[in-house]
Design a binder for this molecule. Structure first.
Ligand SMILES: [Zn+2]
Length: 75
């Protein structure tokens, strides 16, 4: 089975879907990927990133400038 070249549905780049990859996908019961490996890895990373946590304190302190850290500063 020769390698086949596919067009990424996401970025439009051509990518090679090799015989080995096809065998891997077939063994997993997956169909031919629509996106190139780059886009797929990006999507996989996006899935791993948890949603941005919302700030616990929505309000800014009203006591003027920010409080400096409590360790001494020596020049
Ligand atoms: Zn792509």
């Amino acid at each position: 089975m020769p390698d086949i070249t596919l067009n990424c549905e996401n970025c439009g780049n051509e990518f090679v879907f090799s015989e080995g990859e096809r065998a891997f996908y077939a063994s997993k019961g997956l169909s031919i990927p629509k996106c190139c490996p780059i886009c797929r890895s990006i999507k996989a990373q996006e899935k791993r990133i948890p949603p941005k946590p919302t700030s616990p304190t929505g309000t800014t302190p009203s006591s003027g400038p920010a409080v400096p850290p409590e360790f001494p500063k020596k020049a």
